[in-house]
Design a protein around this ligand. Structure first.
Ligand code: ACO
Length: 372
């Protein structure tokens, strides 16, 4: 019998630009306020790329400490995946620049799935290691999303920031790393979050510039509804697939798009809000860098330790989403509950989930009336 292989998260690193843009700074140039941004999103400030920051330089700055922690040289890497929606150039893919700057001698590709990109990449990289095809893989999320923001549009420019974060995966025979995953896409919602111009369907020209179509346009309410629906349901399915219960998860790391989406997710999972990691107040939504950046900071702060189980979910343009349940370091990957208690709690959760879904329209009406 061949030994099962797992993909251990062996190193991690981050890079955030030095430039801080606060809510008060933004309120000087657009019709907004610290009070509105804080209460509607949870964001207080975000980082914006400096003069010398490029997507590739930020990706490399996040990758170097990750490699060092994993005890690897760049030449030990078998594959590099860089998730991004804001590469240095349309061509070449930024992954090849990262490979060259690091001095790696391996394949590299860029992965685009909006804000879900890095979680997609983590699931993909894990499969290469589990199958035995590769040993050491660098998975980076790097984003200079500020380049696609219209700083006259208050409905988008206050939400996003720039950052990069990376992990290194190495093979393990002990259970660890990604235990289950779900990759999702609903392209019928494409218009809800789109840069309408400057792509191949509408190449950059004066019209595109005049209509500001080279910037992100978002139907915030539509994305909010999609995200609030998806976060809890995808987490439930992915946790279930890992043979675990929501109670078994030590920390949830959600995409840092809006603190209210996270609160709704916690309510629907019937989990305490404190189990959901948030650093949105410092960085805003850093797109595909958001989940890995939160993961790195959770590790640095000791919120996750050896053997802990973490559920990570990202969502965004596509519309797309990606969820993984993973174990940090090695340890028992089974549910903390006995087989009998697991079966009973799982059955009970399903009944309560069903009742919750049936009550959803009433609950929404109640909250709407309460707001009025
Ligand atoms: N400052 C002040 N007022 C504002 C601002 C602002 N920055 N933005 C909008 N408003 C106003 C609106 O114009 C509106 O005014 P009106 O009532 O006079 O028309 C009012 O505030 C309410 O606007 P809503 O859009 O209803 O505000 P909402 O509570 O829905 O919050 C938000 C908007 C924060 C965008 C929210 O909808 C949201 O977070 N959506 C999800 C975004 C998301 O998750 N994006 C993921 C992107 S990931 C990727 O792939 C890039």
């Amino acid at each position: 019998m061949t030994q099962e292989r797992y993909a251990r998260i062996a190193g991690w690193g981050k890079y955030v630009p030095e430039n801080v843009l606060t809510n008060d700074d933004l309120a000087k140039s657009v019709d907004t306020s610290d009070e509105w941004i804080t209460t509607r999103t949870g964001i207080k400030e975000r980082r914006i790329r400096g003069e010398n920051d490029t997507n590739s330089s930020m990706a490399v700055a996040a990758s170097e400490p990750a490699l060092e922690m994993a005890g690897l040289k760049a030449t030990d890497l078998d594959l590099i995946i860089v998730a991004t929606s804001s590469p240095d150039y349309l061509l070449p893919p930024v992954s090849s620049q990262v490979q060259d700057i690091l001095g790696a001698k391996c394949g590299a590709f860029q992965l685009g799935a909006g804000c879900s990109g890095w979680v997609y990449a983590l699931a993909v990289a894990t499969q290469f290691i589990k199958s035995g095809a590769y040993n050491n893989i660098l998975v980076v999320g790097s984003e200079i999303i500020s380049f696609a923001l219209d700083y006259t549009d208050r409905t988008t420019c206050v939400l996003f920031g720039d950052a990069a974060a990376a992990v290194v995966l190495t093979p393990s025979e002990e259970p660890t790393g990604v235990l289950s995953f779900e990759l999702g896409s609903d392209g019928s919602g494409a218009e809800a979050l789109i840069v309408p111009g400057a792509g191949s369907s509408k190449p950059l020209n004066q019209d595109v510039l005049d209509n500001r179509e080279n910037f992100i346009r978002m139907d915030g309410k539509a994305v909010f509804r999609f995200a609030a629906r998806t976060v809890a349901s995808s987490l439930k399915r992915t946790i279930d697939q890992a043979g675990l219960l929501p109670d078994d998860i030590d920390l949830f790391i959600p995409h840092q798009a809006n603190a209210r989406i996270v609160e709704a997710g916690a309510r629907f999972l019937r989990q305490p809000a404190e189990k959901f990691y948030l650093n949105i107040h410092k960085y805003g939504n850093t797109s595909t860098a958001s989940v890995p950046l939160a993961f790195v900071e959770a590790m640095e702060e000791g919120r996750l330790k050896e053997g802990d189980k973490v559920a990570m979910i990202a969502f965004g343009a596509g519309l797309s989403w990606a969820t993984v349940v993973a174990q940090v370091g090695v340890g028992d990957i089974s549910s903390a509950h006995s087989l009998f208690s697991y079966a009973v709690k799982r059955a009970r959760n399903r009944v309560v989930d069903g009742a919750q879904m049936a009550m959803l329209p009433l609950y929404t009406l109640f909250r709407r009336n309460k707001k009025k």
